[in-house]
Ligand binder design. Structure first.
Ligand SMILES: O=C(O)C1=C[C@@H](OP(=O)(O)O)[C@@H](O)[C@H](O)C1
Ligand SMILES: C=C(OP(=O)(O)O)C(=O)O
Length: 447
């Protein structure tokens, strides 16, 4: 579904301390992969804790269009009867991946080595995002690809009838590029190898191994090397999706900036390839404790306990960027309340997310009285003892920008408005009730 909802202006303002438990939704990255790998497996995959955000629902629809049987059997509980590696049938209609970069890029990979044709579209945000980073390597497998000018959506892929395995060094640290290649490699003979300069989130590798593929990763002088043996028979698996650390970041941030707050966030993934924000917050002096550390569904998880307290600005090194790539918008909000400046390095990729996130954050923070400097790949936020607020932030169809500014307003002197909260449904449909349950004052606003 394209993101065509009417804009929903919203406003948030400061109130009393936040308290209680924040049950954040299932991990978005793992949810997409559970549906895709379920569709490529033989047998029934039962998924619990699936994120029922629009991004993931669009992926579910696409898997059904390729011939998998997908059923919602309860809240967050879904079954997938897959068609096996190489078993996708040709979709009858154009596949609309909505707002989701992960959805479209991984699904293009999953079908590019099967001899069927599919056309992909998305909303205005997704149609601006670069796709050649994925279609270039997919054409090396033998797929025939046509794209709009600049390698953008809509894109039509005629999958390779006789795919060749690929050895590919990713030019950008991106789990979406890596995952698209690995999914394509499933139906290529021989070994497909991806080499990345910095390790990126490793859910595809963990889950492919869980579904029975032969895959291994090693750090070498060349970089981080992932090797997949093609044409496995993937076996359906139960998948328990842990709670999303990227979604957890919003209530955590709110608790850190609203005086007197103390909240718990149970069952959040602590996968080290996703942990950069929390490493950074601890360096800033945040009062965060991880309790009851355990393993669930092949991922390390913990219960978080977060308390408001003083924070100090830090410099985030570029090599940490991949492990917190979606968390820089909310970090820039937290940084506004820290003592001194926070410098975020190596963040150029933020410019090609759902929006140009450096620009969107810089403009919205400035509109609310915060000093921000940006270069192509850095952002610097100057913290202040009291953040004025009182401004309007433009969200550009970007859920993380919308949620970041609603959190900002919980700590500012005057309320903060956003032009459109509707994109929040892509990744965190219960964000507003969850935040209100903690005591946050967030309201819809007439346009
Ligand atoms: O593989 C994934 O699930 C994701 C990878 C990241 O994108 P890139 O691979 O473009 O960095 C991230 O921003 C996105 O939200 C989810
Ligand atoms: C970048 C994001 O998602 P995607 O690339 O899947 O649209 C995100 O969720 O912050």
């Amino acid at each position: 579904m394209s993101h065509a909802a009417d804009p929903q202006p919203m406003i948030s303002r400061s109130g009393g301390p936040l308290s209680g438990a924040a049950q954040v939704p299932g991990d978005k990255s793992i949810s997409h992969r559970a549906l895709i790998l379920g569709a490529l497996s033989v047998g029934e995959t039962r998924i619990t804790g699936l994120l029922e955000g629009q991004d993931v629902l669009d992926t579910a629809k696409a898997m059904a269009a390729f011939g998998a049987e997908i059923e919602r059997v309860g809240p967050g509980e879904w079954t997938v009867h897959g068609v096996g590696v190489g078993g996708f049938s040709e979709p009858a209609a154009i596949l609309d991946c909505g707002n989701s970069g992960t959805g479209v890029r991984l699904i293009m990979g999953a079908m590019a080595t099967t001899p069927i044709t599919a056309t992909f579209t998305g909303d205005a945000s997704l149609s601006r995002r670069p796709m050649a980073r994925v279609t270039d390597p997919l054409s090396e497998f033998g797929a025939q690809i046509t794209a709009r000018e600049g390698g953008r959506l809509p894109i039509t892929i005629q999958g390779a009838a006789d795919p060749l395995p690929l050895r590919y060094r990713t030019p950008i640290a991106s789990a979406q590029i890596k995952s698209a290649i690995l999914l394509a490699g499933l139906n290529a003979p021989g070994e497909t190898v991806v080499i990345e300069s910095e390790p990126t989130r490793d859910h595809s590798e963990r889950m492919l191994a869980g579904f029975g593929a032969e895959i291994h990763s090693e750090s070498t002088e060349e970089g981080h090397v992932i090797t997949l043996k093609g044409r496995p028979e993937l076996r359906a698996q139960p998948v328990a999706v842990p709670r999303d650390p990227s979604s957890a970041a919003f209530p955590v941030a709110a608790a850190l900036i609203v005086p007197g707050s103390e909240i718990r966030v149970p069952g959040v993934s602590r996968n080290p390839t996703r942990d950069g924000l929390y490493v950074t917050l601890l360096e800033m002096g945040a009062d965060i404790r991880f309790e009851n550390e355990r393993e669930e569904g092949g991922e390390p998880v913990a219960d978080m306990h977060v308390k408001h307290g003083p924070l100090t600005g830090v410099s985030v090194p570029p090599e940490r960027a991949a492990s917190m790539i979606d968390e820089f918008p909310i970090l820039s909000v937290i940084a506004a309340f820290a003592k001194g400046k926070t410098v975020m390095n190596g963040v150029a990729e933020l410019r090609v997310k759902e929006s140009d996130r450096i620009d969107a954050m810089a403009q919205g923070l400035r509109a609310n009285g915060v000093r921000v400097e940006e270069t192509r790949d850095t952002m610097t936020v100057h913290g202040m003892a009291a953040v004025p607020g009182g401004g309007l932030a433009v969200t550009h169809l970007d859920h993380r920008i919308a949620m970041s500014f609603l959190v900002l307003g919980l700590g500012t002197d005057s309320p903060v408005a956003i032009d459109d909260g509707s994109p929040i449904m892509t990744s965190f449909p219960d964000f507003i009730p969850l935040m209100r349950g903690l005591g946050a004052d967030i309201a819809e606003k007439s346009a």
